[in-house]
Each structure stands twice: as structure tokens, then as C-alpha cells.
Write a protein that binds this ligand. Structure first.
Ligand code: SF4
Length: 332
């Protein structure tokens, strides 16, 4: 079978921020750093959905912002279609954004409240000089709204964001993201602010758009259950690093890292006839702050299987099955 080409490669990306300091720390000149990402590496192939899953504060959104070139990494490099795009100039950045688009978590905040849907969708076409003819632009917007099932499109074009429901706003975001025919869409928690009943519908729509266009997604979420049904491959993040990755079915059916097991156990599945189906989660304590990342394996204070060496040595990622990597001392 023909192997899909790699279109995006993240190579050992790290990101540090300066943390807020106390008065004493300012006086004594103590520097405080937050390590939001620590040597994160993964690849996205063409026509593939790669999901990054983890708790809030694990660094998923920082990574999305780096990929969108909104911030720069402290160390490491990333490549798009085989080209190093870590440090490119403004002109190249504009071309890059034609090919890599984003769907934001909050569709309302990502739209100008004074813009009608038509203006929201027309803006990227004008900025990127995608189509000079106004009539042709109207046709593109019309088709984009039809693709995301906002029918009849003519009616939705005249509405302001506040006249749309959360689900409809996110449909407009999807239409806007795919308007310029990107190669990759970075979707940062695209359904977390939408009613539960609409989530599956939006993800289904995103998948349909992907199948129609052949593009790829980086799907960022804290919700393993949606990643399971939406993604092809998955990376599980904990405190700024990927602890397990691989084919989504393989990782979910054969989880190796104790954190992945805890995430899977935390997904509530309704059991017919059983009201109380909540299971005990194999995890202790809370996620530590990024200013105090534990030494050795960073998961050891919460791990029920921790060995003495886990406090001293950071586990390397090892392949437990083809394309299934795990960073844990239980898998030497
Ligand atoms: Fe737990 Fe040790 Fe594995 Fe870390 S390396 S997840 S502490 S068993």
C-alpha cells in the first residue's frame, strides 16, 4: 500500500516563558521560567487527522500557536512540506498561512462582531488576493456555506455572529478555514464550547470536508472520546511532552503509559441499565505547575506504578509496536 507523504514535521520543539515573579524574586534577581513544551516531536501525513490529547495546561495550545507562527519556539524546528519554516520572513509567512489555517476554540471571539458572515468569509479572500472579482468571491462564499450545511447560504451571508448559534458560528469558522484550500488545518478544541448534541455533527462535518479536499488536521482536544472517533493517529501529552503516540485504535485498545490508561478510564461511557457507571481513575494527585516540573519521569508523583528509577531518570520513547511509541520505564 502507498504510504502517505509527511506534510508537517515537528522536531524537538521546546518553548519557555518567563513566569511572573514575586517582589522578593525581583529584588534578588531570581529568574523564573515556565517550560510549556519540552522536546515535542511528531509528524502529520497528507490526508491524515492527528490528535493531540491532554489535560488543560499541558502545552497543546502553545504548540498550535507555534505552528500558526503566532509565537516562536525557544528550541527545535518544524518543517512544512519538507521546508524548514521555523524562522521565515513576513512575506513567506503570508504564503505559509495560505496553506496552514486554524479553527479556534471560541468561534465568537475569532470573528469581528460588526462583520456579517459574508464579510467574515470575504476578508481572507481579499487579504490573500485569492479572487479579485467580487461576483466570483460571492460564488466561493456561497459554496463554502453550502459545504458546511448553512442553507440557504444567501440567508446566512447577511447574519451577524450574534445572530448565529454556537454550532452555526463554528460552521462559519470551518468554512473560513477551508476557503483558501489549505493543506493543513490546526483545530484547537473546535467543539469544546459547543453543546454536546451538536459536537458529533460538527466533527462529522469536519471529516466530510477533509475527505472532500484531501487536507489534514491537527486536532487538539482534552476529550479522548472525540479523538478516538475523529483521528487516525494520536499523541498523548503530559506536562509539555508526548508520553505515548501511535495509531488511534492501537493506542486506545492497547494503552501502555499509565497516564493514557488514566485518560481512558476517565471517559464516562453510559452503561444501559446501570446508573452509576463511573469508574475509579488510576491516578493520584493533581497536575503540577509548569514552573515545578518533577525530575526523572515527570508523571512519577501521580503514577501508581512508579519505580525508584522513575524519580531519577527520564524515560526515553521506545517502540512497543510498529508506530506505537511510549515513554515509560515499564517498557524498556
Ligand atoms: Fe510511571 Fe515510571 Fe512509567 Fe513514569 S516511567 S509513567 S513514573 S512507571
Amino acid at each position: 500500500m502507498k504510504e502517505n507523504k509527511i506534510i508537517f514535521q515537528v522536531d524537538a520543539i521546546s518553548k519557555e516563558f518567563s513566569a511572573q515573579r514575586t517582589f522578593r524574586e525581583i529584588v534578588t534577581g531570581t529568574k523564573k521560567r515556565v517550560l510549556a513544551l519540552d522536546r515535542v516531536s511528531f509528524e502529520i501525513k497528507e490526508n491524515e487527522i492527528f490528535a493531540l490529547v491532554g489535560e488543560s495546561g499541558c502545552g497543546k495550545t502553545t504548540l498550535a500557536r507555534i505552528m500558526m507562527k503566532l509565537i516562536s519556539p525557544t528550541r527545535g524546528r518544524f518543517y512544512f512540506q519538507g521546508r524548514d519554516v521555523t524562522h521565515i520572513n513576513k512575506q513567506e509567512e503570508k504564503k505559509y498561512r495560505l496553506k496552514v489555517q486554524m479553527i479556534f476554540q471560541d468561534p465568537y471571539a475569532s470573528m469581528n462582531p460588526r462583520f456579517r458572515t459574508r464579510d467574515v468569509l470575504e476578508e481572507p479572500l481579499v487579504i490573500h488576493r485569492f479572487e479579485k472579482n467580487k461576483k466570483a468571491r460571492t460564488r466561493i462564499i456561497h459554496d463554502a456555506l453550502s459545504d458546511v450545511r448553512l442553507l440557504p447560504p444567501g440567508e446566512y451571508m447577511t447574519r451577524f455572529p450574534h445572530m448565529l448559534s454556537g454550532g452555526q458560528r463554528q460552521r462559519v469558522s470551518i468554512a473560513r478555514a477551508r476557503l483558501l484550500s489549505p493543506v493543513l488545518i490546526v483545530a484547537d478544541e473546535p467543539v469544546s464550547m459547543i453543546d454536546l448534541s451538536t459536537r458529533a455533527e460538527i466533527l462529522f462535518l469536519m471529516k466530510q470536508v477533509q475527505q472532500k479536499t484531501g487536507m489534514s488536521y491537527l486536532y487538539i482536544t482534552h476529550d479522548l472520546s472525540t479523538a478516538r472517533y475523529f483521528a487516525d493517529r494520536i499523541g498523548v501529552m503530559y506536562l509539555g511532552t508526548i508520553v505515548e503516540s501511535g495509531n488511534v485504535d492501537e493506542v486506545i485498545s492497547n494503552p501502555c503509559h499509565p497516564y493514557t490508561k488514566a485518560l481512558i478510564a476517565s471517559v464516562c461511557e453510559p452503561v444501559p441499565g446501570k446508573v452509576d457507571s463511573i469508574k475509579e481513575i488510576p491516578l493520584k494527585g493533581e497536575i503540577p505547575p509548569s514552573t515545578h516540573i518533577p525530575g526523572g519521569c515527570r508523571f512519577h508523583p501521580r503514577c501508581l506504578y512508579a519505580l525508584p528509577r522513575c524519580m531519577e531518570e527520564e524515560p526515553p520513547a521506545v517502540e512497543v509496536n510498529p508506530d506505537h511509541l511510549v515513554a515509560c520505564h515499564l517498557f524498556p
